[in-house]
Design a protein around this ligand. Sequence first.
Ligand code: AMP
Length: 226
Amino acid sequence: MGQFNIVLIGPPGSGKGTQAARICERHQVPMISTGDILRAAVKAGSPLGKQVQAIIATGGLVSDQMMVDLVAHRLAQDDARDGFVLDGFPRTVVQAEELDRMLDGRPFLAIVLVVPEAELERRLGARRICSQCRTLYTTGTLYGGSEEELCSSCGATLIRRDDDNIQTIRHRLLTYRQTAEPLIEHYQHRSALAVIDGMRSPEDVARGILDEITTNLTGVSRSLQG
Ligand code: AMP
């Protein structure tokens, strides 16, 4: 594990995936999305996938122990030697405490994206993902949209995530509301927290995040780039 360690916290639809991809491209560290890892396990029909399938479908949380094991294993891989951007982990204080242990005092920044719930429902209802390259889109269609849409970067078909339906969306938002506050307080106490207004354009949000990284992880990002 290295010196450029970032976690993105925020409700579903707040732009974590989009922003994580940008940071990773710029700083050459892996983007580790626990939701993506779990969905891949479900798709592959692995033992882990079978255990978590129903939880993801309803929008609840997978157990802390399972998530901590999964992330510890992923962070030990070679591509994470300079650092990482975590998207979707930690989601509970227990997970955050375990991550603190793994970090063992290394530089670290938690970024929280704040977006009102009405906007999150709108974004998630309109969210599409490229079936091949995983690029994220927000289309004009709300909760309907059976017409085929294609990825503008690779041409493959855009799909909806199974859990982007109104019932599961509302449960995921509720889950976030119930767990986020203590998690954010945890990082406030550690003075390793940046709060970003996620209602601005993706470019403006990215600029805000970049400023926070420069302020909080300055020496680190410079040495990685230089
Ligand atoms: P996401 O793609 O981050 O929205 O995650 C999709 C789903 O995966 C969530 O609704 C949870 O069921 C599960 N999940 C992902 N990350 C975690 C985590 N850190 N802790 C518990 N469950 C998680």
